[in-house]
Design a binder for this molecule. Structure first.
Ligand code: FE
Length: 188
């Protein structure tokens, strides 16, 4: 498998990100940039900014075509994205990505009005993903080291669907990608 670099990640986002994001009037790239910008504006650490930028990369590395959820198929993009990113990033980046769908199921179980604020395609995918968590699943989720980061990422994900919102270009996030790749290389 070719090595993952900052340039290869930015190219992937830019080339595969032209597809529409779900049923929204934003592209995959705009969605990624909006999520990362929200994380940056909220003062999150570099790892969570990178996780926000790359959280849907699983949609870009599967071969299931556009909107598999519309055909009743769960693309398991959180697992695909996690497996892809685990080749070069540590758990502070990869765990929120892996857990961002679980975080939706968690919030639906624990925040009474969360479900009512979900967009129609999130409601559709929720049913494919297992619906709201049970009490036992909620407890297990809370015990995970990256649970809070995953919930934050989920909130950025939900908010990152604004048509025509100006964002910086993907290159703005290069410094964060470089930092996270370097620190993982130093660790391994
Ligand atoms: Fe998303």
């Amino acid at each position: 498998m070719p090595e993952i670099t900052v340039d290869s990640l930015l190219t992937l986002l830019q080339e595969k990100g032209t597809r529409r994001y779900g049923l929204h009037d934003v592209s995959q790239l705009q969605h990624a940039l909006q999520a990362a910008l929200l994380a940056e504006q909220e003062g999150c650490g570099r790892e969570l900014i990178v996780a926000s930028l790359l959280h849907d990369i699983g949609h870009m590395v599967h071969g299931l075509g556009d909107n598999p959820a519309e055909r009743g198929v769960d693309d398991r993009h959180e697992a695909l994205g996690h497996a892809y990113l685990a080749r070069c990033f540590g758990p502070e980046v990869t765990e929120p990505v892996r857990l961002h769908v679980a975080a939706k199921r968690y919030l639906c179980a624990t925040e009474p009005d969360y479900f009512s604020r979900l967009s129609p395609d999130s409601v559709l995918s929720l049913s494919l993903q297992g619906g709201p968590m049970s009490d036992a699943e909620v407890a297990a989720f809370r015990a995970l080291p990256q649970a809070e980061a995953a919930v934050l990422l989920r909130r950025f994900d939900e908010a990152a669907k604004v048509k025509d919102l100006p964002t910086p270009p993907a290159g703005h996030f290069r410094v964060y990608l470089e930092h996270c790749l370097r620190s993982e290389q130093a660790r391994s």
